[in-house]
Design a binder for this molecule. Structure first.
Ligand code: HEM
Length: 242
């Protein structure tokens, strides 16, 4: 079976694409480990006692919501950690079996984390804005990943599979951009206007449920459009033999 996608297989690697890949892979690794870590080391009750706002929100919830919370952060972490490997062209071409196995783990992790994200969305700290932003994010995350899976599983359409996985990853990466935006927005409020930490967090958190993923999706669409225009494309819809 061939798993070559003409839009990447013949594209020369520039220092910019390498730098972008390593930035994405390392920032994903950092957040995949650091974001869930406090919840792995300390109970929600103890974190709430330390005034950690998100833990305070979940410490008093039903066990079903708390289970969704832990499933979400574990499986979200796995998806974020492993996804960059799937975009490494050489690895994908040389080790197709590994690409398939890791892909199934990533898609399974997204299915669990996305469904758990849907359970968490109505209980989020930002209120209705968060329910809409995180809820829509979870639905698109599940939808894009399922479309990517069906493209390769049912139609062997490598190009469509890759394009939907780029979109799905733009949403997975929301876990990173959410924390970057929070840092920037909180830093700006405290640094420029002297707003206290809790107020700065509450205000920033009203924006991040959409800000964490809408720009990512725009960048992904731009990247896919540039590739479509610039890559010589004799086989735009290469179909892998079964
Ligand atoms: C892309 C789809 C995702 C959706 C829809 C989503 C949704 C949510 C929601 C609704 C919450 C609760 C926020 C609140 O209570 O205000 C949450 C928290 C959390 N999520 Fe996600 N999430 C996604 C991806 C990820 C990924 C890929 C990770 C991987 C690290 C992750 C890790 C976490 C963590 C650690 C928390 C706890 C909050 C914190 O301490 O920062 N999420 N997520």
């Amino acid at each position: 079976m061939t798993l070559t996608d003409p839009t990447t297989a013949i594209r020369p690697r520039t220092w910019r694409t390498r730098a972008a890949f390593w930035w994405i892979a390392l920032s994903a690794l950092a957040i995949a480990v650091l974001a869930p870590l406090p919840y792995a080391l300390t109970s929600l009750t103890d974190l709430a006692a330390q005034d950690q706002q998100l833990a305070t929100n979940y410490a008093g919830r039903s066990s079903a919501v708390q289970l969704a919370f832990y499933l979400h952060i574990t499986c979200g972490g796995i998806a974020l950690l492993l996804s960059p490997l799937q975009f490494a062209t050489r690895l994908r071409i040389r080790a197709v079996a590994a690409h398939r196995a890791v892909g199934r783990v990533v898609l399974g992790a997204i299915a669990v984390a996305g469904l758990a994200g849907l359970v968490l969305a109505p209980h989020n700290v930002a209120g209705p804005v968060g329910t809409a932003g995180f809820g829509l994010l979870a639905l698109l995350w599940l939808g894009f990943s399922a479309t990517a899976f069906l493209a390769i599983q049912r139609r062997r359409d490598v190009t469509a599979h890759r394009r939907w996985m780029v979109r799905a990853f733009a949403l997975t990466y929301a876990a990173v951009t959410l924390r970057l935006w929070l840092g920037v927005l909180m830093g700006a409020q405290s640094g420029v206007w002297g707003v206290d930490g809790d107020t700065a967090f509450e205000r920033a958190y009203l924006l991040v449920p959409f800000l964490c993923w809408v720009p990512n999706l725009i960048v992904a669409e731009w990247y896919l459009a540039v590739q479509r225009r610039t890559v010589p494309d004799p086989l735009t819809r290469e179909v892998a033999a079964p």
